[in-house]
Ligand binder design. Structure first.
Ligand code: PMV
Length: 318
């Protein structure tokens, strides 16, 4: 094969971001309409200063994103060489079309890594098991985020909504209808900085970690039950409560808070920041009849882009 192709989708965390780094569960959704695509081919030239790989980026992927992903890529090419007994280091060209905006809590780094890794597997004609693909994406994520829980690496390859805890994903049962509107605040936040900020707060204030995790666990468990039972109002309320928990920990921004308030005023059942924070996206749950108004108010409050993820379509996707 002369070209390998790989694709992966974005993700949104419904509930449990940050707490999941400390071992509690997180509930996460794939965003099938937002994808990263990578093509890998043999290179005819020796790239400068990049080892045995050369990257071209189109779309929203920045050089920093790809540099960070390249660690996972190096591991993969090394693994391939070992297994295939290839002594030469093959020179590769990788083209990444990353349509997922970076730093918005949508898992762009994990999706880009997964797309690249799948493209390489395709090029080398190797079957990657789910476990190996997860492991390689997670290795790249640990380079990018410091200490990543694995929820991103898992969800960017998942067919449907999932519950993730300590490296294990299980299918989420969905009894709710309704839509999630994901709204981009237009400002990127560093997940690594956000994770460090929370940890620093825990170190400074005794008992803060325990309080945060206890409250997070309570909300996640209630939300999981509401999601399964079709209790939409209850689920919405837990989303807003979780936003309050993250906001109190210093992980929101003024614009995100304004967007959350605007979504609630427009009839949203619940709204919160999603992902690492310090910028990024708001996730608002709404019934279809209020969706237009919620999206309009989110734009009014500063959103630069919105995506609609219908819960039923996600469940059907799985
Ligand atoms: O910002 P994102 O999309 O990378 O989401 C990060 C989720 C965190 O819980 C904050 C970190 C993690 O490793 O789980």
């Amino acid at each position: 094969r002369s070209v390998g192709i790989g694709r992966a989708h974005a993700k949104a965390i419904l509930l449990g971001e940050h707490a999941v780094v400390y071992g509690t569960p997180a509930l996460a959704l794939p965003i099938p309409q937002l994808t990263a695509t990578a093509s890998a081919g043999w290179s005819s030239h020796v790239p400068d200063g990049q080892g045995d790989l050369s990257f071209t980026m189109t779309g929203s992927a920045s050089r920093a994103v790809v540099t960070q992903a390249s660690e996972g890529l190096r591991r993969l090419t090394t693994a391939f060489r070992t297994r295939m007994g290839v002594a030469d280091r093959p020179h590769l060209d990788v083209i990444l079309d990353g349509a997922i905006p970076p730093g918005r809590g949508l898992g762009s780094s994990a999706a880009n890594s997964r797309a690249i890794i799948l493209a390489l597997a395709d090029l080398f004609g190797r079957e990657l098991t789910d476990g190996t693909a997860f492991e390689l994406v997670q290795a790249a994520e640990n380079v990018t985020h410091g200490r990543a829980s694995g929820v991103d690496a898992m969800t960017v390859g998942a067919a449907g909504p999932l519950r993730f805890q300590a490296g294990v994903a299980t299918e989420l049962s969905i009894g709710c209808d309704g839509l999630f509107i994901i709204a981009d605040s237009g400002t990127a936040g560093s997940t690594r900085e956000a994770v460090e900020l929370l940890r620093a707060g825990f170190v400074r204030e005794s008992g803060a970690e325990e309080r945060f995790l206890r409250r997070a666990t309570e909300l996640i468990e209630e939300a999981e039950q509401a999601l399964a039972e079709g209790a939409e109002k209850e689920l919405g309320a837990r989303l807003t409560d979780y936003h309050e928990l993250l906001r109190a920990a210093g992980l929101s921004t003024d614009r995100i808070d304004a967007m959350v308030a605007a979504a609630l005023r427009a009839g949203s059942l619940g709204a919160k920041i999603t992902g690492g924070g310090l910028g990024g996206c708001v996730l608002a749950m709404t019934q279809p009849e209020h969706a237009r108004q919620v999206a309009a108010q989110l734009h009014e409050a500063g959103a630069v882009q919105t995506w609609v993820v219908p819960l039923r379509r996600l469940a059907a996707h799985a």
